[in-house]
Unconditional design. Structure first.
Length: 570
């Protein structure tokens, strides 16, 4: 037999004898025929304590905090060892996932870069022509101008920012891939178009026309007409709830579930003609601006507003929310713009004055703000919260601006006007690092199908739309106490316990089967007696609370035409 094989066999035998002790190092191995001498140093295992956080000096603690899932469970309080080990294994897996997420930040190498002016220059003096000359050809192709004849226009980008939908008031509707400049469809519905909106995928969109809301596919074919959504002014699509929210001229707010084709909410808000409405991306609540300077927050399952915020002393002209849903920006006819923390609803964070009323507001993923007034659009970067903000960029359109909106994941601002659409470059406004599981601008057809299936499976019910989504996982302690007290106040008697002991009989005269039958008979008799006792006590309670015959209700004192048929009391 080979000496190496003998050595390996001997070491395996030593492992079996030692049990958990393993060889760390072999100092000497002398081979003298069949006799093998091995000197080894046993390695002792020390029980490791569970570490609740990542210990790696090369990782940034701020990024670790960003991806951390909160305080980890150490297994304290778990009774059995099996479940203790199960909890520990689960925490190790979560710790590994957090570490991998932190390490993936290395791949997120896209850094936003704003324009920096030299001494004596201002960024607001730069025009689109100057920006196009100093960027690459791919970015320069994202700046274009469409001259159209059926305005005024509105536009809407898809969630991943790849596709653009245009709608003219005089019936012109067009959908296209604006990056590849590939037209999907272009139709004229031959009636007034008030608003447009993409649905959960780029193959379907909704158009609010003169009377009803119509659904079309990306080939321009009409798929459905919802006549219950009548005289609609504005449309907002909630992607995580699959709800199409609509606001009408009569003040009705409606939520249509596009996955089942039914209305989950439809009622009158008593606000009159609704012209300003935006959704909160964090919780799905609709923010509606009114003519009294009040912003009201609405949910499909509540007929009253969840909250009201008095923003201006004059009618509200526009409003917008940031991507996190924490800050609200409003403007009024008093030429002021106010920034609010929508979580507090108790005071504005900043107030700014302008020369003219702001007609439209939009906020990008990176916090860049755009304000339009007349033909001019002013763009401010993230330094708007300073005491004296400086204009970042300025763009002037050929005619009055009707709608503005930042393109997701792109440094592009879309501006719709009476005569067409302008795509304006705004360096640093877009989020360069996107999550492909959330929204992928480069997704294929198969990925789009898979994304649609997963989104339908993970659809959030309309009942979960509230100001604080975290309350869903909590317990309503007050309601629970009320239910417990209500149960205690009910008429309740505890059934008696039957202690049945059968007599001993002679051998062969009785068995376990007969004893069990006798015990069941005794229990049934006791239950019947208990039910009769409860019924008699209920009758006594009811009779003690009966209204006397002499009592005449106040309502009967009122004279009626039918009184002549009543018996006269002598």
């Amino acid at each position: 037999m080979d000496k190496r094989k003998k050595t390996k066999r001997y070491l395996n035998e030593v492992d079996e004898e030692q049990g958990k002790t393993k060889l760390k190092t072999i100092k000497k191995a002398n081979f003298n025929g069949d006799i093998i001498k091995v000197e080894m140093k046993p390695m002792k295992y020390k029980k490791k304590k569970f570490q609740g956080k990542i210990k790696n000096s090369s990782l940034d603690p701020d990024i670790i905090k960003k991806y951390s899932r909160g305080k980890q469970i150490t297994g304290k309080g778990v009774r059995t060892n099996f479940f203790k080990e199960k909890v520990k294994r689960k925490e190790v897996v979560l710790e590994y996932a957090t570490e991998q997420a932190v390490r993936s930040e290395v791949l997120r190498n896209e850094i936003e870069g704003f324009i920096q002016a030299e001494d004596g220059e201002r960024t607001s003096d730069f025009r689109q022509k100057d920006i196009i000359e100093n960027v690459d050809i791919t970015s320069a192709s994202k700046n274009f101008n469409l001259k159209l004849d059926f305005g005024p226009y509105k536009h809407n980008y898809t969630k991943n920012g790849r596709h653009l939908l245009l709608g003219g008031k005089r019936g012109h509707v067009a959908a296209f891939d604006w990056i590849a400049k590939r037209l999907h469809c272009e139709i004229n519905v031959m009636e007034e178009v008030t608003d447009i909106s993409w649905l959960h995928i780029e193959t379907m969109f909704a158009v609010a026309q003169k009377k009803w809301v119509y659904f079309y596919d990306n080939q321009g074919t009409e798929m459905h007409c919802v006549k219950r959504l009548f005289d609609v002014n504005l449309l907002e699509f909630l992607p995580y709830h699959f709800l199409l929210a609509a606001a009408s001229r009569q003040g009705f707010l409606s939520w249509l579930d596009v996955s089942i084709g039914g209305l989950v909410g439809h009622y009158n808000s008593n606000l009159g003609d609704i012209r300003i409405m935006r959704q909160n991306p964090s919780n799905g609540v609709l923010c509606v601006g009114g003519g009294k300077g009040v912003v009201s927050l609405w949910s499909p399952k509540e007929r009253e507003p969840l909250a009201k915020l008095l923003c201006h002393s004059t009618p509200i002209s526009s409003l917008a929310l940031n991507s996190t849903g924490q800050q609200l920006v409003t403007s009024g006819l008093d030429n002021s713009v106010k920034i609010w923390d929508i979580r507090k609803l108790n005071g504005s964070l900043a107030i700014y004055k302008f020369m003219n009323p702001i007609s439209h507001i939009d906020i990008s993923h990176k916090g860049t703000m755009a304000f339009s007034m007349g033909k001019t659009c002013h763009i401010y970067n993230k330094k708007l919260y300073e005491d004296q903000p400086q204009i970042y960029l300025r763009h002037k359109s050929d005619c009055n601006i009707q709608d503005i909106g930042f393109c997701p994941y792109e440094d592009v601002l879309g501006i719709s006007s009476n005569t067409g659409f302008d795509s304006v470059l705004v360096p640093g406004s877009g989020l360069g690092n996107f999550d492909s599981f959330e929204s992928n601008p480069f997704q294929t057809k198969s990925q789009r199908r898979e994304n649609e299936v997963h989104a339908l499976m993970e659809k959030v019910p309309a009942e979960f739309i509230s100001l604080d989504p975290s309350t869903i996982a909590g317990v309503d302690v007050q309601t629970l106490h009320d239910k417990i007290e209500a149960k205690k106040s009910l008429f309740y008697l505890k059934p008696p316990k039957v202690d049945f002991k059968s007599r001993r009989k002679m051998k062969g005269k009785g068995g376990s089967v007969n004893a069990a039958k006798n015990k069941q008979i005794a229990k049934n008799l006791a239950r019947k007696e208990f039910i009769q006792d409860v019924r008699s006590k209920k009758k006594k309670v009811i009779s003690s609370h009966k209204v006397s015959e002499d009592f005449i209700p106040l309502e009967s004192n009122k004279s009626s035409v039918l009184d002549r048929f009543n018996k006269k009391i002598k």
